[in-house]
Design a protein around this ligand. Structure first.
Ligand code: PFF
Length: 462
């Protein structure tokens, strides 16, 4: 037992490609769309501080744990967990954690694809020059018109899913690797360009102040849970996306070093997105607390007013679309890898089935914003909002909790140390092991209990 396995799906050509692919998974709508509006709505710097604490204490250690499982198992998350459990002589039911991830992936991609479709749509509108001198009423009208139209929402959602299907069906080397080698340099170039522009605007100082001055009065248990959920969401943790990418990582590459790079790049991108977006929002005197409409309503108004706005609008929405595609494909991959392993090995067929099912669920998510808006899945939440809330704030942290527990307590320490190649960094390894065993699971549990109000009940409070 425990001989080195090899991946049946192929491997990345180098460690750098793995970092690019995993960064591509991590950097997405979570950084460019969700992070800025969460910061805007939840106390600016106070939210950023909480989020950074979650990234460091929970995100990085769990990222290392996920990549470790992937690279040891070399299969889809479901089968990697099953194989590693078998190696350890413990119940193979641990593969259920992989199934939890597959379900979370279905849920996330169904609404992610709807928003990815909006990014495509806005890319086209930017090209057509639709933002030139647009008034705030017209900008709201454009967004509301899109969201209210089942035809438009479903058309762009479908196109988004077709792009993902084409990439994932082509395989690890010819599909995923080719896409990230092409798209990731473009993504960084576009983002840096926008930040440089933001730096030259009059609103840069206000944006810095907003991102640096904490308003702690905005923080409560719910906001802490949101920061934790965002940490998992933005790092693509808790559902097997990073695990399956880890399964394709060449054996010679360092798991902790690669993970550090991915977490660092993702965090940097989220902060840069803030530095790209808030300066131009402040420059034209608009509010940062606009919620989900921040990039789709506020930014077009800004692009319609500022010098070079036509070009910047195209750059921004191409950036958003690229980031959404490289993340979306990683949401598809765990289930596609599993189905390929479980069937006759045809990846194209597996990709068609998985993408097809998620496309169907996405239709429900899309329609819940218009034709089915009266229908609530949870109190006050339609299908779209419920899918987003449950998957990112509950399922991802829960998946991460199991991953930390499995690697920290169930795998033998020697075999984990061997996989992580810790000879010269024994102290760092022990620190990571301690955080993975105690700190990360305790933090997730604590935040769960607090957000659900159970902690107050347990301590006899109100
Ligand atoms: N990390 C992506 C983002 O920030 O947009 C979203 C995501 C991708 C979440 C893959 C989960 C995942 F497995």
């Amino acid at each position: 037992m425990n001989e080195k396995r090899s991946s049946v799906h192929g491997e990345w050509s180098s460690g750098l490609i793995f970092i690019l692919a995993a960064t591509g998974s991590a950097v997405g709508l979570g950084n460019l769309w969700r992070f800025p509006y969460l910061v805007g709505e939840n106390g600016g710097a106070a939210f950023i501080i909480l989020y950074l604490v979650c990234i460091l204490l929970v995100g990085l250690p769990i990222m290392i744990a996920e990549v470790t499982i992937g690279r040891k198992g070399r299969r889809s998350p479901i089968n990697s967990l099953r194989l590693l459990a078998r190696d350890e002589g413990i119940t193979e039911r641990w593969s259920l954690v992989g199934w939890l991830g597959v379900v979370a992936g279905f849920m996330i991609l169904s609404f992610y694809s709807v928003v990815g479709g909006w990014s495509f749509f806005y890319g086209f509108e930017a090209l057509k020059g639709s933002f030139t001198d647009i008034t705030s009423d017209q900008a709201s009208g454009l967004f509301e018109g899109l969201v209210a139209s089942p035809g438009l929402v479903l058309l762009w959602h479908t196109l988004f899913m077709i792009v993902l299907f084409i990439i994932v069906a082509a395989g690890v080397k010819k599909g995923l690797q080719r896409a990230v080698t092409l798209l990731m340099p473009l993504l960084f170039l576009l983002l840096v360009g926008l930040v440089v522009y933001g730096f030259t605007t009059a609103g840069f100082g206000d944006a810095m102040a907003f991102m640096l001055q904490p308003d702690f009065s905005a923080i409560d248990g719910g906001v802490v849970l949101m920061a934790l959920g965002q940490a998992f969401f933005t790092l693509s943790l808790g559902m097997g996306a990073i695990m399956v990418y880890g399964a394709y990582l060449p054996q010679s590459e360092s798991v902790p070093v690669s993970s550090g790079w991915i977490v660092g790049m993702d965090t940097l991108t989220a902060l840069l997105a803030g530095l790209a977006i808030f300066p131009i929002v402040f420059t034209v005197g608009l509010e940062p607390g606009e919620g989900p409409g921040l990039v789709f309503v506020t930014l077009p108004i800004v692009f319609g007013e500022i010098p070079l706005g036509y070009l910047l609008g195209i750059v921004f929405f191409v950036l958003l679309s690229v980031a959404a595609v490289t993340s979306g494909m990683s949401l598809l991959e765990p289930a596609v890898a599993y189905l390929t392993e479980a069937s006759d090995g045809s990846r194209v067929k597996a990709a068609a089935i998985v993408a097809g099912l998620i496309w169907l669920l996405g239709i429900a998510a899309g329609l819940s914003l218009n034709a089915w808006s009266g229908f609530h899945l949870l109190p006050d939440m339609g299908i779209f909002d419920a899918l987003e809330y449950v998957s990112s704030n509950i399922m991802l942290p829960l998946g991460g909790l199991f991953v930390a527990f499995f690697v920290g307590w169930k795998l033998r320490t020697v075999s984990v140390a061997k996989e992580l190649d810790t000879h010269n960094h024994h102290r760092l390894f022990l620190l990571w092991l301690y955080v993975t065993r105690f700190v990360a699971p305790a933090a997730v549990l604590f935040i769960f209990l607090q957000a659900t109000g159970l902690l107050g009940l347990l301590s006899g409070g109100e």
